[in-house]
Design a protein around this ligand. Structure first.
Ligand code: NMX
Ligand code: MLT
Length: 435
């Protein structure tokens, strides 16, 4: 398996010497001042983390190992007859920095299909959840329970050397990603009463199998949507809540199942991944209040009423981005190609032409433009996946790719326990008294 992904100590790509050189030459250099606002302001803009897999530019959006989303769409291998990238290729790119060949991508699909089964007790755990338990809570508890069979936790308990950590973490991460379709499919079918989960087909790719377990694999366009969806939601540099949580918990040498479960709990918040559910809830409420073919004036009034009610407009704004999210654009292009006349897509477009102006006029949000979550729900709804409470689970399946790649590299690089310093307000007052 280590030959499948030639990384870490066995590879010429091994960046450990590079990190050592950077630290030797630049280790004591400053990024600039840390100001008190950083401490009270959610650390916005504070340089604090290293992650080579993806980097977010405020104006341009995400690059995965230096490649934009359109470049990934062009360069990564596709399914036969398909035009969207296979997420297998994106994971390979995140992990190794290289674009895989179609054969390597296929090998990864086969590997994940072979690892896809989940333990019986996890199936039972999910089957016993009340259908009223939010799908994200079910997702998190099932993923955490997978730690029962963690290779890393077992090897650590047996006393392995630090140098061997990454290999076991790699094994766990491969298992984790491989098992997510079975977990996600089971939750979907249990919660919405859709019958037995079908089997994984070992000859098919990851997204086809996910679509199959959800009951949508007959629709090739939906499968293509899953390929695009999992590719673009996978990673968003290191500082977002889910990626950072995964890294933080992993730094305590909690195994990848525990670290990723924690990441999912962050993704389940409405300011993060739950926003894709919130967008659809908000759009549906708007339609029931002002009708399905509402005028711009009526939409404007509805947006203002949201703001005046002290709520955020879901799917708009971002902590780092200052332009329309390229993930929004990629989904909009998919919609223009596959569902140009869909009424809900038209409403999403109408909202896009109205909300930024209002947020600018309201004068609070630093970024008035839409993020990834403003567009994903309308695509899923179009194909019949209209169970909004389930949407963040799909985001979660995708985010595993980025969190896993980061966990593997953190252990390969020997990243230390994360432990920033906290201060009391009293300490800050006395530190700057009279200054
Ligand atoms: N609607 C209304 N107010 C907003 C919005 C919005 N979409 N975005 C920001 N603001 C407000 C924000 O609440 C804050 O108000 P206050 O000073 O009263 O606390 C003010 O504008 C300044 O916030 P920013 O510095 O622009 O944003 P911040 O970096 O703190 O937060 C988000 C970023 C994404 C949390 C924020 O834009 C938001 O709440 N957006 C709506 C929820 C959403 O779409 N989240 C998904 C993000 C993407 N993802 O998948 O994670
Ligand atoms: C993400 O994909 O994680 C979101 O856009 C949030 C972020 O980057 O902070």
């Amino acid at each position: 398996l280590f030959l499948l992904f030639p990384i870490g100590p066995v590879s010429e790509l091994n960046p450990v010497p590079q990190v050592k050189a950077i630290r030797a030459e630049h280790g004591k250099k400053s990024f600039g001042p840390v100001v008190v606002d950083h401490l009270y302001g959610g650390m916005r803009g504070l340089p604090a983390l290293i992650w080579d897999g993806s980097v977010l530019d405020a104006e341009e959006g995400i690059r995965f190992r230096g490649k934009t989303i359109p470049e990934c769409q062009l360069l990564l291998p596709k399914a036969p007859g398909g035009s969207e990238p296979l997420p297998e290729g994106l994971f390979w790119l995140l992990l190794t920095g290289e674009v895989p060949t179609p054969e390597q991508t296929k090998e990864l699909s086969r590997d994940w299909a072979a690892r896809a089964a989940i333990p019986e007790f996890v199936e039972e755990l999910l089957d016993r959840c009340p259908t009223t338990l939010h799908p994200m809570s079910q997702f998190s508890l099932a993923v955490i329970a997978l730690n029962h069979n963690s290779s890393f936790a077992k090897a650590y308990a047996e006393g392995i050397s630090k140098k061997e950590y990454w290999g076991y973490v790699f094994e766990d991460c491969m298992d984790l990603i491989a098992k997510l379709p079975n977990i996600a499919g089971r939750i979907f079918r249990n919660v919405y009463g859709l019958g037995k989960v079908p089997s994984i087909d070992p000859t098919k790719d990851y997204s086809w199998n996910l679509a199959h377990l959800l009951g949508f694999s007959d629709n090739e366009d939906f499968v293509e949507l899953m390929r695009l969806y999992i590719t673009i939601h996978s990673d968003h540099e290191g500082g977002n809540v889910s990626a950072h949580t995964g890294k933080l918990v992993g730094s305590a040498l909690s195994d990848p199942f525990l670290a990723y479960g924690a990441a999912l709990n962050g993704l389940a918040g409405p300011l993060h991944g739950l926003a894709n559910q919130e967008v659809l809830v908000w759009l549906r409420k708007m339609q029931s209040k002002i009708g399905e073919d509402a005028s711009d004036e009526a939409v404007k009034e509805y947006v203002w009423s949201t703001l005046k009610g002290g709520q955020v407009v879901p799917g708009y704004g971002h902590a780092v981005l200052r332009k329309t999210d390229p993930r929004y654009i990629a989904q909009r292009e998919f919609a223009l190609k596959h569902l140009p006349n869909d009424p809900l897509f038209k409403l999403v477009g109408q909202v896009y032409s109205i909300v930024p102006g209002i947020l600018l006029e309201a004068g609070k949000a630093k970024n008035p433009w839409p993020n990834v979550d403003a567009h994903s729900g309308v695509l899923l709804t179009y194909y019949g996946l209209n169970q909004m409470q389930y949407y963040t689970v799909l985001f979660g399946v995708s985010r595993a790719f980025g969190v896993a790649a980061q966990l593997i590299w953190d252990r390969a690089l020997g990243a230390p326990l994360e432990r920033p310093k906290s201060y009391s307000s009293e300490a800050i007052k006395s530190m700057f008294a009279g200054k």
